[in-house]
Design a protein around this ligand. Structure first.
Ligand SMILES: [Zn+2]
Length: 154
């Protein structure tokens, strides 16, 4: 990992923790989280932005896992982006900000890492799915950090 990407990752994680980390919905059952993500991905709002992306499966990663991750399941979208993906949720992390973070990874090229292009997509998901207050707080926390100082509202 390049130093620049590593820096973006730690700054983005810190901004998330400071703003949306404790907000949003937490689920106890995967089926409830899956239904939420299905509604989001199936919404006209989502289809208007990412029409190629059709399904995201939620699975538990397993006991003792610390990080949630996402994996593309194909490369059939524009520029090789996936049309389907899976989110493997870490122990105790079945929460709205985590799912939106991992979903955002599936919507940008892997090369975007945790940089500004990733942050812009994550922000738009947070704004739509968690509401304006969560979005505004997260945007403010990101903009105080050099890699994200130039992020546009949107
Ligand atoms: Zn990430």
């Amino acid at each position: 990992m390049s130093p620049a990407l590593g820096r973006c990752q730690s700054e983005l994680y810190a901004a998330e923790a400071e703003s949306i980390g404790r907000r949003g919905i937490r689920w106890t059952k995967v089926a409830a989280a899956q239904a939420h993500v299905d509604r989001l991905v199936g919404s006209p709002w989502f289809a208007g932005r990412w029409p190629h992306f059709v399904h995201c499966a939620i699975e538990r990663r397993g006991r003792g896992s610390v990080w949630s991750v996402s994996h593309p399941l194909d490369s059939d979208g524009p520029g090789g982006l996936p049309t389907e993906g899976v989110i493997l949720v870490a122990d105790g992390a079945l929460a709205q900000p985590v799912l939106l973070h991992e979903l955002a990874h599936l919507l940008v090229p892997e090369s975007a890492g945790h940089g500004p292009a990733f942050a812009a997509v994550h922000l738009s998901l947070v704004r739509h799915d968690m509401g304006f207050d969560a979005y505004a707080e997260y945007l403010g926390c990101l903009r105080r950090r050099p890699p994200f100082a130039g992020l546009a509202a949107g």
